[in-house]
Design a protein around this ligand. Structure first.
Ligand code: GLN
Length: 314
C-alpha cells in the first residue's frame, strides 16, 4: 500500500511539473551572483507527510540559498527561545501590504509590521542568543536549529553571503533606522552580516519539504522524530505565514492557494498544510513580488487538485 501511494503521489508531482514546465515568464533574482547564475529551468516539487513519507519530482536535491524562506524558521526559533510575548513586543504580526524590503513599521511603537519582511526578520534575527552575543554565536544557534528541522547538517554559502553583503545597502539602511528608532539594540552591521548569512544557508527542496512538514506536525520532525518546536510556536508561525508570508501578494495567495507559505528570491516556496504535509517547490523565475511563478502555479494546482485550501473542508 505504502509503495503504491508513494508511486502515485510522486507521479502526480511529476505530472504537475510537466504541466507548468513551459511557463518561462518571470526573471531570476540578480543578487547574489550565485542566484543570477542559477539555471532558470530548475524545477522541483517535494512533499513530506506528517508521517515522514517523501514524494519527489524534478530537481529536489539541488542545493541553493534559502533566502527569505529562513525567516519563518528563525522566527520559530526566536519564539522558542524568548516566548511569543517578548517577540511580539519587538515585531508586530500585521500584514504590511508592501514589498519585502520596505521599512514598514507600526506607527506608535515603531515595531516592524511583521517578521516576514526584511525589517522584521532582522529584528527577529537579532533576538537569537540574547543581546550579548556576536553574529558568529547567533549563526551557530540558527544553523543548529535549522539543521534539526531539516534532519541533516546544513551549511552556509559564504561566497554568496559575502557577495550579497557587499551590496546590502538597503538592508543596512533599514537596520540603522531600526536601531535609531530603538527597536533594535545590536550593531546594524552585525545584524545585517548575520541576517545575510542566514539567507545564505544552503537547502534543497527536499530539506524544505521536511522542514515544512515539521511545522505541519506541530513541531515533531517527521523523519528523526525529534520534537524541535512546540505546538504553540508552530501555530503562531503558521498564522503569520498565512497573513504575511507572501508580502504584498499575501491576500491573493491566501484566496487562490489557501496554504500558509513562505517564498524566497532563490525561487523556493515552502508551504505547510497542518496535520497533513509540507510542500516545497523550486523554480528560479520570479514575479514582481519576488515569488516563483511556476512555484506558485504548482501550489495553485495542488491546492485545487488535492483539496489543500485551508478554508475548505477536505
Ligand atoms: N537576501 C534577500 C534580502 O534580504 C532575501 C529576500 C527574499 O528572499 N525575499 O533582500
Amino acid at each position: 500500500y505504502h509503495r503504491t501511494v508513494t508511486q502515485s503521489m510522486s507521479d502526480y508531482l511529476a505530472e504537475t511539473l510537466d504541466a507548468v514546465r513551459d511557463d518561462e515568464r518571470g526573471t531570476v533574482h540578480q543578487v547574489p551572483q550565485a542566484l543570477a547564475e542559477a539555471d532558470p529551468d530548475l524545477l522541483a516539487a517535494c512533499l513530506c507527510t506528517t508521517e515522514g513519507s517523501l514524494f519527489a519530482a524534478g530537481n529536489v536535491d539541488h542545493e541553493l540559498t534559502v533566502q527569505s524562506v529562513a525567516k519563518a524558521f528563525v522566527y520559530a526559533l526566536a519564539i522558542e527561545e524568548h516566548g511569543v510575548e517578548e517577540v511580539l513586543a519587538r515585531v508586530d504580526v500585521e500584514p504590511s501590504g508592501e514589498a519585502f524590503d520596505v521599512l514598514s513599521v507600526e506607527p506608535e511603537t515603531k515595531r516592524p509590521r511583521n517578521p516576514m519582511i526584511n525589517a522584521g526578520a532582522m529584528v527577529v534575527h537579532g533576538l537569537i542568543g540574547g543581546v550579548a552575543v556576536d553574529w558568529q554565536e547567533r549563526e551557530r544557534i540558527i544553523l543548529d536549529g535549522l539543521s534539526r528541522l531539516a534532519g541533516r547538517e546544513l551549511s552556509i554559502d559564504t561566497e554568496a553571503a559575502d557577495d550579497e553583503l557587499a551590496q546590502a545597502h538597503r538592508n543596512l539602511a533599514l537596520a540603522h533606522l531600526l536601531r535609531a528608532e530603538g527597536v533594535m539594540e545590536d550593531s546594524p552591521e552585525d545584524v545585517v552580516t548575520g541576517y545575510t548569512r542566514q539567507c545564505s544557508v544552503l537547502v534543497t527542496p527536499r530539506d524544505l519539504a521536511v522542514m515544512a512538514a515539521t511545522l505541519a506536525t506541530g513541531g515533531r520532525q517527521p523523519i528523526t522524530g525529534e520534537q524541535v518546536l512546540c505546538l504553540a510556536t508552530t501555530r503562531h508561525v503558521l498564522s503569520v505565514m498565512t497573513t504575511c508570508g507572501m508580502y504584498d501578494s499575501a491576500g491573493d495567495w491566501m484566496s487562490q492557494v489557501g496554504i500558509p507559505a513562505k517564498s524566497g528570491v532563490s525561487g523556493l516556496i515552502m508551504g505547510a498544510i497542518p496535520g497533513r504535509f509540507g510542500l516545497a517547490t523550486l523554480s528560479p523565475r520570479l514575479d514582481g513580488h519576488g515569488t516563483s511563478r511556476r512555484g506558485e502555479a504548482i501550489f495553485t494546482r495542488a491546492s485545487r487538485e488535492l483539496d489543500l485550501h485551508l478554508l475548505t473542508d477536505p
